[in-house]
Design a protein around this ligand. Structure first.
Ligand code: C2E
Ligand code: CA
Ligand code: CA
Ligand code: CA
Length: 278
């Protein structure tokens, strides 16, 4: 309302107020939700593309506020990164995911993937320690855990990141580069850091049928991953032709709505039981 009479400006101001108000509201609600441990974790199956069997799951945080309803992680994760709550949030997700995955080991030797924000790496050594403690406490074998990080981690100018990550590598915790190709990745990063997996972002899968450049890009990523000895997981597979394309070009793993969205722990367990009967 600073620029009265200029509709464009007053509209802009009003929407900024609205955004700021929502942030303040979400800030206090998220604080409380973490205090009361109200966040839950859903699990999206990761499948072996050649057999169609579930080999793992990605843990994805879920938050339902009694008044506001479901709030998307795309909204509250960036907020948690700004206000510092991401550390507590990340710890709670990790603890839930690891104890759940430890229980599932009796059914199947599943891999569990947990997203870790680059902000959490600002206290990288403490983070590393807590992850190893969580594995210890839950009894989940280190080789069953993969930490997913995005390329922004590599840009964030963390000195000695490689050294920080060494304890995980030594214990056998996997490290995946998430959303590969969407950021500013220099390929050199892939060699400098101890990644074991690469996740192809869903934006590259959308136009595989119509876009020759997208096809070439996915083929190039797969060839490069093979050369570097990285496992590849394709995300956002929604159609069978996408799965077929990927399978034919040596992409071994995938996740997406074609198979299943992220589901509750109970539903995921039902999927595992269903599978063991076939
Ligand atoms: P992401 O790590 O790239 O996770 C994949 C997102 O794609 C998830 O969204 C998932 O539900 C969605 N997805 C899966 N299959 C399909 C598909 O076939 N088509 C489409 N269109 N989408 C699909 P979600 O759960 O809303 O999470 C959004 C983002 O929020 C995640 O992207 C991740 O960056 C962040 N996030 C979620 N949980 C956590 C967490 O515990 N910690 C941190 N640091 N970030 C998290
Ligand atoms: Ca991820
Ligand atoms: Ca991703
Ligand atoms: Ca993403």
């Amino acid at each position: 309302a600073k620029e009265q009479g200029r509709n464009g400006f007053s509209f802009y101001d009003a929407s900024m107020d609205h955004f700021a108000q929502r942030q303040v509201l979400l800030d206090s609600k998220l604080r409380q939700a973490l205090e009361e441990r109200q966040l839950s974790v859903n699990y999206q199956p990761i499948l072996a593309l050649n057999t169609g069997r579930i080999v793992g799951a990605e843990a994805l945080v879920r938050w339902r506020d009694p008044e506001l309803g479901w709030i998307s992680p795309a909204e509250f994760i960036p907020l948690a990164e700004r206000n510092g709550l991401i550390h507590k949030l990340g710890d709670q997700v990790l603890a839930q995911a690891c104890s759940q995955a430890a229980r599932w080991q009796a059914l199947s030797p599943l891999q569990i993937a947990v997203n870790v924000s680059s902000i959490q790496f600002r206290h990288g050594e403490a983070l590393c320690q807590r992850v190893l403690e969580t594995l210890d406490r839950t009894g989940l074998p280190a080789k069953c855990l993969t930490i997913e990080v995005t390329e922004s981690l590599l840009l964030d100018n963390h000195k000695d990141l490689s050294a920080t990550l060494q304890p995980w590598v030594a214990h056998g915790v996997g490290l995946a580069i998430d959303d590969f190709g969407t950021g500013y990745s220099a390929l050199g990063y892939l060699q400098r850091f101890p990644f074991s997996k690469l996740k192809i972002d869903k934006v590259f899968l959308n136009k595989l049928d119509t876009s020759a450049p997208d096809r070439s890009l996915v083929e190039a990523i797969l060839a490069m991953a093979r050369a570097l000895g990285l496992e590849v997981v394709a995300e956002g597979i929604e159609h069978d032709w996408q799965a077929q394309f990927l399978r034919q070009r040596g992409c071994h793993f995938g996740q997406g709505y074609l198979y299943s969205p992220a589901v509750t722990a109970e539903e995921f367990e039902r999927l595992l039981h269903q599978e063991s009967q076939h």
